[in-house]
Design a protein around this ligand. Structure first.
Ligand code: PMT
Length: 217
């Protein structure tokens, strides 16, 4: 029997959209495919899965409880409300900054204004907060999306955010990271690294869950 059977697993997936006004937002390229693949694979292994999803166009995997959110603040609230759990997997691409305020009306071009400066404020780090929460899950697994120096940044996040495991992927290249159906992950922990893929995100998700199961057994 899978070590995930009967465990409560919370997965975040997709982007967050940070509204500027009623018609515009700041977003990113996450499709949700990687996080949905993880949620789907965990449910197939018998886990009780809560999937907190940013704005994506994907069907809900079988036997998964889905909570749709839009902004980083909403994702933070939904993930926190889903605690306690046995495993938290943060696959979402959460905005690091959000507009200081949302204009109630459509922002208009001003005559003679050729540039526009937006004032942004840091969002709360959901993953780091979950890892330091009084109801800390037994395992907290992060992702790292990097264009360069992947191992250095991933290992930095592993330590700074107090994670058990971090799955790093290259973004900004074909066949990996955002939007693609394929990916390659390198999962780092305090002791070493395991490469998963290249392959379909569904297969990579299975490999990541094998690593998680080994830590739960
Ligand atoms: O959705 P797809 O199109 O399938 O693409 C998959 C993916 C590239 C989005 C996915 O594999 C991935 O890498 N997800 C994490 C993207 C990301 O935001 O990485 P980061 O290095 O900026 O953040 C590090 C970790 O902190 C992530 O686990 C993130 O969820 C978490 N975080 C970041 C900021 C914040 N405010 N709160 C967080 O929880």
């Amino acid at each position: 029997m899978s070590a995930l059977a009967g465990r409560r697993v919370v997965v975040s997936a997709g982007p967050t959209f940070e509204d500027l006004d009623p018609v515009r937002f700041l977003g990113n390229r996450s499709s949700g495919k990687m996080g949905f693949a993880v949620a789907s694979a965990a449910a197939a292994r018998g886990a009780d899965v809560v999937l907190v999803a940013g704005p994506v166009h994907l069907p809900t995997p079988p036997n998964v409880t889905r909570i749709d959110v839009r902004s980083a603040a909403q994702m933070h609230a939904a993930v926190t409300a889903a605690l306690p759990c046995d495993v938290y997997i943060g696959a979402a691409a959460v905005a690091d900054y959000t507009p200081v305020s949302i204009s109630p009306n459509k922002l208009k071009k001003q005559p003679g204004q050729d540039t526009l400066t937006l004032q942004l404020v840091r969002t709360r780090d959901i993953l780091a907060e979950v890892a330091s929460h009084p109801k800390r899950p037994r395992l907290v697994v992060g992702f790292a999306a990097e264009t360069h120096d992947v191992e250095t940044y991933a290992r930095g996040k592993l330590v700074a955010k107090k994670l058990d495991l971090i799955a790093a992927n290259r973004v900004g290249v074909e066949g990996s990271g955002f939007e693609s159906d394929e990916n390659t992950l390198v999962a780092y922990d305090a002791n070493g690294a395991t490469t998963l893929g290249p392959g379909a995100k569904s297969d990579i998700a299975g490999g990541l869950l094998d690593l998680i199961e080994a830590r739960l057994a």
